[in-house]
Design a protein around this ligand. Structure first.
Ligand code: PMV
Ligand code: MG
Length: 370
């Protein structure tokens, strides 16, 4: 049996701006995992796959290899199981494996996600689609006996998520694949998607060549500051917020362009501060990133910092911390960087203010990469 565990993620800075090719964000991986167990099935007759997830209430969805790829035995059941990212990841690895002369392999895939709270059904916004994509790519590649270096794995996972949703930056994929603190710069997704659509595409060659703009680099974490995460009790839809922002950006082009440039400068300052181990400069950059998002919200009318996220931030600021919304906003989580001595007070205040402090840590890189 092949088992992989891939961590979830949170945005630190660069949200929305990172959707522009060549723009950047900083993210962290968090120690809640998507776990995948893959059991190869005997290769007699056409290859068969089953996928079991919490979403499908423990039921197995079956797929059989016919002609060009794997098809669900019951299309309705497969649609209802919400497997689009897993299926895109498996199809991408199948295509890569076929390019190196391997026939389709059958297996049973069991997916178990800690990123949302299975008992209560709570969604925290820790990036389950990115993590499950990386997990599926990693497990399927091993089933084929295809060794993947970190760059190839990242590119396969990015192509998978872009083929499902071209309006996401892939930052979540980079954080889940790399672990730790990560600097990510998004590639030209439109160019990659049109490359994927070409029938004569040599996927191996596309994976080997450098991709314009793409970067995913590990960063040192702050030395003395504690990163705290609060959940505001309301899930948010990143895709709806991103769509609303896209619309607003079309109406206010120059304002949006200025936001993207300022965000990129802010992310560069954060990266420099992390590399220099300068916690004070990290705080300044984080605070500036939060302010830019609040100004963008005011200009666009897209509610990034919801009233709950604003409460989370103010409660942290009153204790001398730096805090901001994380990700698309509108709900989910906010983050704070704070003196470790003040963490118990922050958590008490958040709780009293209706914010749930989450017990999350940033796993070291070695835990998240094979
Ligand atoms: O809320 P999250 O964690 O899904 O983050 C979304 C971040 C955006 O920059 C707004 C979108 C993206 O795909 O990068
Ligand atoms: Mg979110």
């Amino acid at each position: 049996m092949i088992t992989v565990a891939v961590p979830g993620k949170l945005y630190i800075a660069g949200e929305y701006a990172v959707l522009e090719p060549g723009s950047a964000a900083v993210l962290i991986a968090v120690d809640r995992y998507v776990r995948v167990r893959l059991t190869p099935t005997p290769s007699i007759g056409p290859a068969v796959r089953t996928i079991t997830t919490d979403h499908a209430r423990g039921r197995s969805i079956e797929f059989v290899h016919r002609g060009a790829g794997f098809e669900p035995v019951s299309a309705a059941e497969a649609d209802a199981a919400g497997l689009s990212h897993v299926l895109a990841a498996l199809a991408m690895v199948d295509r890569y494996a076929a390019g190196s002369g391997r026939g389709p392999v059958g297996f049973a895939l069991d997916i178990d996600s800690q990123l949302d709270d299975a008992e209560t059904g709570r969604k925290y916004g820790l990036g389950s689609s990115g993590a499950v994509t990386v997990a599926a790519v990693r497990a399927a590649a091993r089933a084929y006996g295809l060794p993947l270096d970190a760059a190839t794995e990242l590119k396969l996972a990015l192509l998978s998520v872009f083929s499902v949703d071209p309006h996401c930056s892939g930052g979540d994929v980079a954080a889940s694949a790399r672990g730790g603190w990560v600097y990510y710069r998004t590639p030209d997704r439109a160019a990659l998607i049109s490359a994927l659509a070409r029938r004569d595409l040599d996927l191996g060659a596309l994976l080997r060549q450098p991709w314009k703009h793409l970067a995913a680099r590990s960063l040192p974490s702050p030395r003395e500051l504690s990163l705290q995460v609060g959940w505001v009790g309301r899930p948010a839809s990143s895709s709806a917020l991103v769509a609303a922002m896209k619309q607003a950006a079309r109406q206010h082009r120059s304002v949006y362009r200025r936001f993207v440039d300022a965000s990129d400068r802010c992310v560069e300052q954060l990266v420099t501060a992390c590399r220099a181990g300068d916690d004070r400069a990290i705080e300044l950059a984080l605070s500036a990133a939060g302010r830019l998002l609040r100004d963008l919200a005011a200009a666009s009318g897209v509610a990034i910092e919801s009233p709950e996220l604003s409460r989370l931030r103010c409660l942290a600021e009153e204790l001398g911390a730096v805090a901001k919304s994380s990700g698309a906003g509108g709900g989910d989580c906010g983050i704070a960087l704070i003196d470790p001595a003040r963490v118990p007070a922050l958590r008490r205040r958040w709780r009293a203010g209706g914010i749930e402090p989450l017990n999350l840590r940033v796993p070291e890189r070695k835990e998240s990469i094979r």
